[in-house]
Design a protein around this ligand. Structure first.
Ligand SMILES: [Zn+2]
Length: 418
Protein backbone atom coordinates (compact mmCIF):
# COMPACT_ATOMS: atom_id res chain seq x y z
CA UNK A 1 0.00 0.00 0.00
CA UNK A 2 2.91 2.35 0.69
CA UNK A 3 3.78 2.45 -3.02
CA UNK A 4 0.34 3.83 -3.84
CA UNK A 5 0.49 7.39 -5.22
CA UNK A 6 -2.04 9.95 -6.28
CA UNK A 7 -2.10 11.19 -9.87
CA UNK A 8 -0.57 14.67 -9.67
CA UNK A 9 -1.49 15.56 -13.23
CA UNK A 10 -5.12 14.62 -12.76
CA UNK A 11 -5.18 16.69 -9.56
CA UNK A 12 -3.66 19.64 -11.44
CA UNK A 13 -6.19 19.38 -14.29
CA UNK A 14 -9.04 19.44 -11.78
CA UNK A 15 -7.56 22.51 -10.05
CA UNK A 16 -7.31 24.23 -13.44
CA UNK A 17 -10.83 23.33 -14.49
CA UNK A 18 -12.41 24.51 -11.23
CA UNK A 19 -10.20 27.62 -11.48
CA UNK A 20 -11.94 28.56 -14.74
CA UNK A 21 -15.29 28.82 -12.93
CA UNK A 22 -15.69 32.44 -11.85
CA UNK A 23 -12.42 33.43 -13.53
CA UNK A 24 -11.82 37.09 -14.34
CA UNK A 25 -8.93 39.15 -15.70
CA UNK A 26 -7.41 41.61 -13.28
CA UNK A 27 -7.44 44.93 -15.15
CA UNK A 28 -4.31 46.29 -13.54
CA UNK A 29 -2.03 43.25 -13.81
CA UNK A 30 -3.64 41.21 -16.61
CA UNK A 31 -3.52 38.16 -14.30
CA UNK A 32 -6.39 35.68 -14.23
CA UNK A 33 -8.10 35.61 -10.86
CA UNK A 34 -11.06 33.73 -9.42
CA UNK A 35 -14.23 35.19 -7.95
CA UNK A 36 -16.55 32.60 -6.48
CA UNK A 37 -17.94 34.62 -3.62
CA UNK A 38 -20.15 32.41 -1.45
CA UNK A 39 -23.67 31.65 -2.71
CA UNK A 40 -23.33 33.66 -5.92
CA UNK A 41 -24.07 32.14 -9.33
CA UNK A 42 -20.35 31.42 -9.82
CA UNK A 43 -20.21 29.58 -6.48
CA UNK A 44 -23.25 27.60 -7.64
CA UNK A 45 -21.46 26.68 -10.89
CA UNK A 46 -18.34 25.58 -9.00
CA UNK A 47 -20.43 23.55 -6.58
CA UNK A 48 -22.30 21.77 -9.38
CA UNK A 49 -19.02 20.87 -11.10
CA UNK A 50 -17.41 19.44 -7.97
CA UNK A 51 -20.62 17.65 -6.90
CA UNK A 52 -20.72 16.01 -10.34
CA UNK A 53 -17.09 14.93 -9.89
CA UNK A 54 -17.99 13.46 -6.48
CA UNK A 55 -20.81 11.49 -8.11
CA UNK A 56 -18.65 10.36 -11.02
CA UNK A 57 -16.15 9.02 -8.47
CA UNK A 58 -18.93 6.78 -7.18
CA UNK A 59 -19.58 8.69 -3.96
CA UNK A 60 -22.97 8.83 -2.30
CA UNK A 61 -23.47 12.60 -2.14
CA UNK A 62 -25.59 14.49 0.35
CA UNK A 63 -26.22 18.22 0.69
CA UNK A 64 -27.17 19.51 4.12
CA UNK A 65 -29.38 22.38 5.25
CA UNK A 66 -26.51 24.92 5.21
CA UNK A 67 -25.33 23.74 1.78
CA UNK A 68 -22.33 21.65 2.84
CA UNK A 69 -21.78 18.91 0.27
CA UNK A 70 -20.47 15.57 1.52
CA UNK A 71 -19.55 12.52 -0.57
CA UNK A 72 -19.22 9.11 1.07
CA UNK A 73 -17.12 6.15 -0.03
CA UNK A 74 -18.32 3.13 1.91
CA UNK A 75 -15.98 1.23 4.18
CA UNK A 76 -15.79 -2.50 4.90
CA UNK A 77 -17.56 -1.67 8.14
CA UNK A 78 -20.23 0.96 7.36
CA UNK A 79 -21.14 1.18 11.05
CA UNK A 80 -17.78 2.73 11.94
CA UNK A 81 -17.37 6.50 12.09
CA UNK A 82 -15.89 7.74 8.82
CA UNK A 83 -12.52 9.34 8.27
CA UNK A 84 -13.13 12.75 6.75
CA UNK A 85 -11.24 15.19 4.54
CA UNK A 86 -12.31 18.42 2.90
CA UNK A 87 -12.15 22.20 2.74
CA UNK A 88 -14.05 24.86 0.79
CA UNK A 89 -14.48 26.02 -2.81
CA UNK A 90 -15.97 29.47 -2.21
CA UNK A 91 -13.46 32.30 -2.60
CA UNK A 92 -12.77 35.91 -1.79
CA UNK A 93 -13.60 38.19 -4.77
CA UNK A 94 -9.91 38.43 -5.77
CA UNK A 95 -8.72 34.87 -5.30
CA UNK A 96 -6.38 32.39 -6.91
CA UNK A 97 -7.14 28.75 -7.69
CA UNK A 98 -5.73 26.97 -4.65
CA UNK A 99 -7.20 28.31 -1.42
CA UNK A 100 -9.64 25.63 -0.24
CA UNK A 101 -9.85 23.97 -3.65
CA UNK A 102 -6.64 22.02 -3.01
CA UNK A 103 -8.19 20.37 0.06
CA UNK A 104 -11.43 19.48 -1.71
CA UNK A 105 -9.96 18.34 -5.01
CA UNK A 106 -7.09 16.67 -3.13
CA UNK A 107 -9.62 14.63 -1.15
CA UNK A 108 -11.38 13.81 -4.43
CA UNK A 109 -8.04 12.74 -5.94
CA UNK A 110 -7.55 10.41 -2.95
CA UNK A 111 -10.92 8.78 -3.72
CA UNK A 112 -10.09 8.49 -7.42
CA UNK A 113 -6.74 6.89 -6.55
CA UNK A 114 -8.35 4.38 -4.18
CA UNK A 115 -10.98 3.57 -6.82
CA UNK A 116 -8.36 2.97 -9.53
CA UNK A 117 -6.30 0.74 -7.25
CA UNK A 118 -9.45 -1.01 -5.96
CA UNK A 119 -8.42 -0.32 -2.39
CA UNK A 120 -11.08 -0.78 0.27
CA UNK A 121 -10.78 0.91 3.65
CA UNK A 122 -12.12 -0.46 6.92
CA UNK A 123 -13.82 2.81 7.78
CA UNK A 124 -15.96 4.82 5.37
CA UNK A 125 -14.22 7.82 3.82
CA UNK A 126 -16.16 11.08 3.56
CA UNK A 127 -15.00 14.11 1.60
CA UNK A 128 -16.64 17.52 1.81
CA UNK A 129 -16.78 21.09 0.72
CA UNK A 130 -18.18 23.43 3.35
CA UNK A 131 -20.27 26.54 2.69
CA UNK A 132 -18.82 30.05 2.83
CA UNK A 133 -15.52 29.50 4.57
CA UNK A 134 -14.23 32.93 3.57
CA UNK A 135 -16.89 34.94 5.35
CA UNK A 136 -16.45 38.06 3.25
CA UNK A 137 -20.05 38.15 2.02
CA UNK A 138 -22.13 37.45 5.13
CA UNK A 139 -19.51 38.59 7.65
CA UNK A 140 -19.00 35.27 9.45
CA UNK A 141 -16.30 32.90 8.29
CA UNK A 142 -16.39 29.09 8.38
CA UNK A 143 -20.18 29.42 8.12
CA UNK A 144 -20.99 25.90 6.88
CA UNK A 145 -18.53 24.02 9.08
CA UNK A 146 -19.49 26.13 12.11
CA UNK A 147 -23.11 25.02 11.70
CA UNK A 148 -22.13 21.40 10.99
CA UNK A 149 -19.99 21.29 14.13
CA UNK A 150 -22.41 23.11 16.40
CA UNK A 151 -20.78 26.49 17.03
CA UNK A 152 -23.44 28.38 15.08
CA UNK A 153 -27.21 27.66 15.12
CA UNK A 154 -28.57 26.89 11.64
CA UNK A 155 -31.31 29.52 11.81
CA UNK A 156 -28.85 32.24 12.71
CA UNK A 157 -26.57 31.29 9.80
CA UNK A 158 -29.46 31.22 7.31
CA UNK A 159 -30.64 34.61 8.55
CA UNK A 160 -27.34 36.42 7.98
CA UNK A 161 -27.57 39.17 5.37
CA UNK A 162 -25.02 40.52 2.90
CA UNK A 163 -24.49 44.26 2.37
CA UNK A 164 -27.42 44.36 -0.08
CA UNK A 165 -29.73 42.80 2.49
CA UNK A 166 -29.85 39.40 0.80
CA UNK A 167 -30.36 36.50 3.22
CA UNK A 168 -27.95 33.58 3.18
CA UNK A 169 -30.86 31.14 3.30
CA UNK A 170 -32.50 32.68 0.22
CA UNK A 171 -29.22 32.79 -1.68
CA UNK A 172 -28.57 29.14 -0.83
CA UNK A 173 -31.97 28.22 -2.28
CA UNK A 174 -31.36 30.38 -5.35
CA UNK A 175 -28.26 28.38 -6.32
CA UNK A 176 -29.97 25.07 -5.55
CA UNK A 177 -27.90 24.06 -2.55
CA UNK A 178 -30.40 24.24 0.28
CA UNK A 179 -30.20 20.54 1.04
CA UNK A 180 -32.55 18.36 3.05
CA UNK A 181 -29.92 16.53 5.08
CA UNK A 182 -29.57 17.67 8.71
CA UNK A 183 -26.70 20.12 9.03
CA UNK A 184 -25.31 18.72 12.29
CA UNK A 185 -22.51 16.31 11.56
CA UNK A 186 -22.06 13.07 13.52
CA UNK A 187 -18.47 13.00 14.85
CA UNK A 188 -16.11 11.44 12.32
CA UNK A 189 -13.17 9.28 13.47
CA UNK A 190 -10.85 12.09 12.35
CA UNK A 191 -10.70 15.06 9.97
CA UNK A 192 -7.69 15.98 7.83
CA UNK A 193 -7.46 19.08 5.64
CA UNK A 194 -4.77 19.79 3.07
CA UNK A 195 -4.47 23.53 2.40
CA UNK A 196 -2.01 26.02 0.97
CA UNK A 197 -0.03 27.77 3.70
CA UNK A 198 -1.03 31.29 2.53
CA UNK A 199 2.18 32.64 4.04
CA UNK A 200 5.96 32.74 3.50
CA UNK A 201 7.26 30.55 6.35
CA UNK A 202 7.60 27.06 4.81
CA UNK A 203 9.15 28.22 1.54
CA UNK A 204 11.63 30.47 3.37
CA UNK A 205 12.71 27.50 5.49
CA UNK A 206 13.12 25.30 2.40
CA UNK A 207 10.37 22.92 3.51
CA UNK A 208 8.36 20.59 1.27
CA UNK A 209 5.34 20.57 3.57
CA UNK A 210 4.11 21.56 7.03
CA UNK A 211 2.23 19.75 9.79
CA UNK A 212 -0.20 22.26 11.25
CA UNK A 213 -0.34 22.32 15.04
CA UNK A 214 -3.34 24.61 15.33
CA UNK A 215 -4.84 27.97 14.45
CA UNK A 216 -4.17 31.27 16.17
CA UNK A 217 -7.03 33.13 17.80
CA UNK A 218 -9.04 35.49 15.60
CA UNK A 219 -11.16 38.47 16.62
CA UNK A 220 -13.10 40.57 14.10
CA UNK A 221 -14.87 43.83 14.84
CA UNK A 222 -16.93 46.27 12.84
CA UNK A 223 -16.74 49.82 14.18
CA UNK A 224 -19.37 52.35 13.20
CA UNK A 225 -17.95 55.76 14.07
CA UNK A 226 -20.42 58.65 14.01
CA UNK A 227 -19.35 62.29 13.92
CA UNK A 228 -20.66 65.39 12.17
CA UNK A 229 -20.48 66.20 8.48
CA UNK A 230 -18.91 69.57 7.78
CA UNK A 231 -17.46 71.70 4.99
CA UNK A 232 -13.74 71.04 4.61
CA UNK A 233 -12.96 74.69 3.82
CA UNK A 234 -15.10 76.60 6.26
CA UNK A 235 -15.13 74.48 9.42
CA UNK A 236 -12.22 75.24 11.79
CA UNK A 237 -10.31 72.17 12.98
CA UNK A 238 -11.32 72.73 16.62
CA UNK A 239 -15.03 72.58 15.75
CA UNK A 240 -14.86 69.25 13.96
CA UNK A 241 -16.09 65.84 15.05
CA UNK A 242 -14.30 63.83 12.42
CA UNK A 243 -14.90 60.03 12.37
CA UNK A 244 -12.29 59.69 9.60
CA UNK A 245 -9.64 61.01 11.95
CA UNK A 246 -10.91 58.64 14.66
CA UNK A 247 -10.55 55.64 12.31
CA UNK A 248 -7.04 56.76 11.34
CA UNK A 249 -5.96 57.14 14.98
CA UNK A 250 -7.38 53.74 15.90
CA UNK A 251 -5.53 52.21 12.94
CA UNK A 252 -2.24 53.78 14.04
CA UNK A 253 -2.87 52.57 17.58
CA UNK A 254 -3.43 49.01 16.32
CA UNK A 255 -0.08 49.11 14.54
CA UNK A 256 1.67 50.38 17.67
CA UNK A 257 0.03 47.71 19.81
CA UNK A 258 1.06 44.89 17.48
CA UNK A 259 4.64 46.14 17.21
CA UNK A 260 5.04 46.81 20.94
CA UNK A 261 5.40 43.16 21.92
CA UNK A 262 3.13 43.78 24.90
CA UNK A 263 0.60 41.28 23.54
CA UNK A 264 3.16 38.67 22.53
CA UNK A 265 5.51 38.75 19.59
CA UNK A 266 2.94 37.30 17.20
CA UNK A 267 0.02 39.72 17.55
CA UNK A 268 -1.30 40.97 14.21
CA UNK A 269 -3.77 43.78 13.65
CA UNK A 270 -5.39 45.02 10.45
CA UNK A 271 -7.97 47.64 9.54
CA UNK A 272 -8.97 46.14 6.19
CA UNK A 273 -11.99 48.30 5.46
CA UNK A 274 -12.38 52.03 6.00
CA UNK A 275 -15.60 53.28 4.54
CA UNK A 276 -16.40 56.99 4.99
CA UNK A 277 -19.72 58.63 4.28
CA UNK A 278 -20.28 60.53 2.12
CA UNK A 279 -16.71 59.83 1.04
CA UNK A 280 -16.03 63.06 -0.85
CA UNK A 281 -12.86 65.14 -1.09
CA UNK A 282 -14.20 68.33 0.49
CA UNK A 283 -16.49 67.01 3.21
CA UNK A 284 -15.62 65.94 6.74
CA UNK A 285 -17.38 62.57 6.84
CA UNK A 286 -20.44 62.11 9.02
CA UNK A 287 -19.74 58.44 9.56
CA UNK A 288 -17.02 55.87 9.01
CA UNK A 289 -17.51 52.12 9.09
CA UNK A 290 -14.23 50.30 9.56
CA UNK A 291 -13.16 46.79 10.48
CA UNK A 292 -10.56 45.44 12.87
CA UNK A 293 -8.94 42.03 12.46
CA UNK A 294 -6.87 40.86 15.45
CA UNK A 295 -4.83 37.64 15.50
CA UNK A 296 -2.95 36.12 18.38
CA UNK A 297 -1.67 32.63 19.23
CA UNK A 298 -2.35 33.25 22.95
CA UNK A 299 -5.89 33.78 24.21
CA UNK A 300 -4.80 35.85 27.23
CA UNK A 301 -2.81 38.23 24.99
CA UNK A 302 -5.78 38.55 22.65
CA UNK A 303 -8.10 39.45 25.55
CA UNK A 304 -5.61 42.04 26.82
CA UNK A 305 -5.30 43.57 23.35
CA UNK A 306 -9.08 43.82 23.00
CA UNK A 307 -9.37 45.44 26.44
CA UNK A 308 -6.68 48.02 25.71
CA UNK A 309 -8.01 48.73 22.23
CA UNK A 310 -11.45 49.56 23.55
CA UNK A 311 -10.06 51.67 26.37
CA UNK A 312 -8.35 53.69 23.63
CA UNK A 313 -11.57 53.83 21.61
CA UNK A 314 -13.31 55.35 24.66
CA UNK A 315 -10.53 57.93 24.90
CA UNK A 316 -10.98 58.78 21.20
CA UNK A 317 -14.73 59.22 21.69
CA UNK A 318 -14.12 61.83 24.35
CA UNK A 319 -11.24 63.55 22.61
CA UNK A 320 -12.85 63.84 19.16
CA UNK A 321 -16.53 64.05 20.15
CA UNK A 322 -17.46 61.03 18.08
CA UNK A 323 -19.40 57.93 19.10
CA UNK A 324 -18.18 54.43 18.31
CA UNK A 325 -20.45 51.45 18.08
CA UNK A 326 -18.49 48.19 18.09
CA UNK A 327 -19.93 44.93 16.85
CA UNK A 328 -18.00 41.68 17.09
CA UNK A 329 -18.40 39.80 13.79
CA UNK A 330 -16.20 36.79 14.53
CA UNK A 331 -14.19 35.40 17.39
CA UNK A 332 -12.44 32.08 17.61
CA UNK A 333 -9.99 31.07 20.34
CA UNK A 334 -6.57 29.53 19.73
CA UNK A 335 -7.18 26.01 18.39
CA UNK A 336 -4.86 23.10 19.17
CA UNK A 337 -5.00 20.24 16.70
CA UNK A 338 -4.82 16.58 17.70
CA UNK A 339 -1.26 15.42 18.50
CA UNK A 340 -2.27 11.93 17.34
CA UNK A 341 -3.39 13.05 13.88
CA UNK A 342 -0.33 15.32 13.61
CA UNK A 343 1.83 12.27 14.38
CA UNK A 344 0.15 10.23 11.64
CA UNK A 345 0.74 13.05 9.14
CA UNK A 346 4.37 13.49 10.21
CA UNK A 347 4.94 9.76 9.86
CA UNK A 348 3.77 9.82 6.22
CA UNK A 349 6.06 12.79 5.50
CA UNK A 350 9.04 11.00 7.05
CA UNK A 351 8.29 7.85 5.11
CA UNK A 352 8.28 9.86 1.88
CA UNK A 353 11.62 11.50 2.87
CA UNK A 354 10.10 14.98 2.75
CA UNK A 355 11.47 18.03 4.51
CA UNK A 356 8.78 19.30 6.85
CA UNK A 357 8.25 21.24 10.06
CA UNK A 358 5.37 22.05 12.36
CA UNK A 359 3.60 25.36 11.86
CA UNK A 360 0.78 27.32 13.49
CA UNK A 361 -1.82 28.51 11.00
CA UNK A 362 -2.16 32.26 10.66
CA UNK A 363 -5.50 31.97 8.87
CA UNK A 364 -8.80 30.43 9.89
CA UNK A 365 -9.86 27.12 8.36
CA UNK A 366 -12.80 24.71 8.38
CA UNK A 367 -10.51 22.31 10.26
CA UNK A 368 -10.77 24.47 13.38
CA UNK A 369 -14.53 23.89 13.49
CA UNK A 370 -14.09 20.16 12.90
CA UNK A 371 -11.54 20.02 15.72
CA UNK A 372 -14.42 20.64 18.15
CA UNK A 373 -15.98 17.42 16.91
CA UNK A 374 -13.14 14.96 16.31
CA UNK A 375 -9.33 14.55 16.24
CA UNK A 376 -8.19 16.96 13.54
CA UNK A 377 -5.04 18.24 11.89
CA UNK A 378 -3.92 19.88 8.65
CA UNK A 379 -1.25 19.53 5.99
CA UNK A 380 0.19 22.80 4.65
CA UNK A 381 1.54 23.11 1.13
CA UNK A 382 3.98 26.00 0.59
CA UNK A 383 3.19 28.72 -1.93
CA UNK A 384 5.33 30.72 -4.35
CA UNK A 385 5.78 34.54 -4.24
CA UNK A 386 6.08 34.60 -0.44
CA UNK A 387 2.94 32.54 -0.15
CA UNK A 388 0.71 35.35 -1.38
CA UNK A 389 -2.96 34.35 -1.20
CA UNK A 390 -6.41 35.87 -1.69
CA UNK A 391 -4.81 37.25 -4.84
CA UNK A 392 -4.54 36.14 -8.50
CA UNK A 393 -0.78 35.60 -7.95
CA UNK A 394 -1.50 32.79 -5.48
CA UNK A 395 0.43 29.76 -6.76
CA UNK A 396 1.72 26.45 -5.51
CA UNK A 397 3.62 24.19 -7.92
CA UNK A 398 2.05 20.99 -9.26
CA UNK A 399 4.79 19.06 -7.43
CA UNK A 400 4.06 20.75 -4.09
CA UNK A 401 0.31 20.12 -4.47
CA UNK A 402 0.90 16.46 -5.37
CA UNK A 403 3.21 15.99 -2.37
CA UNK A 404 0.59 17.37 0.01
CA UNK A 405 -2.21 15.24 -1.43
CA UNK A 406 -0.03 12.13 -1.43
CA UNK A 407 0.49 12.64 2.30
CA UNK A 408 -3.27 13.17 2.65
CA UNK A 409 -3.85 9.82 0.91
CA UNK A 410 -1.59 7.87 3.26
CA UNK A 411 -2.84 9.72 6.33
CA UNK A 412 -6.44 8.84 5.47
CA UNK A 413 -5.43 5.24 4.72
CA UNK A 414 -3.79 4.86 8.13
CA UNK A 415 -6.63 6.55 10.01
CA UNK A 416 -9.22 4.56 8.06
CA UNK A 417 -7.54 1.17 8.52
CA UNK A 418 -8.85 0.36 11.99
ZN1 LIG B 1 -9.09 28.48 2.66
Amino acid sequence: MTDLHIDGQRLWRSLEELGRVGAYTDERTGLIGVNRLALTAADGDGRRLVKRWFEEAGLAVRVDAIGNCIGRREGRDPSKAPVMAGSHIDSVPTAGRFDGCLGVLGALEVVRTLNDARVATERPLEIAFFTDEEGCRFGTDMLGSAVACGRLPLERALGLCDKDGKRAGDELRAIGFSGDHPARLAPPRAYVECHIEQGPILAAAGMDLGVVTGVQGISWWELTIAGRAAHAGTTPMRLRRDPGLAAALINVRLDEMARSGRYGAEMRATMGRIDPRPGLVNIVPSQVVCTVDLRNPEDADMAAAERDLFAYVKEIETRLGVTVEARQTARTPRIRFSPDVQAVIARQMERAHLRFETILSGAGHDAQELSALCPTAMIFVPGEHDGISHNPREYSTPEACARGVDVLLHTLLELGAT
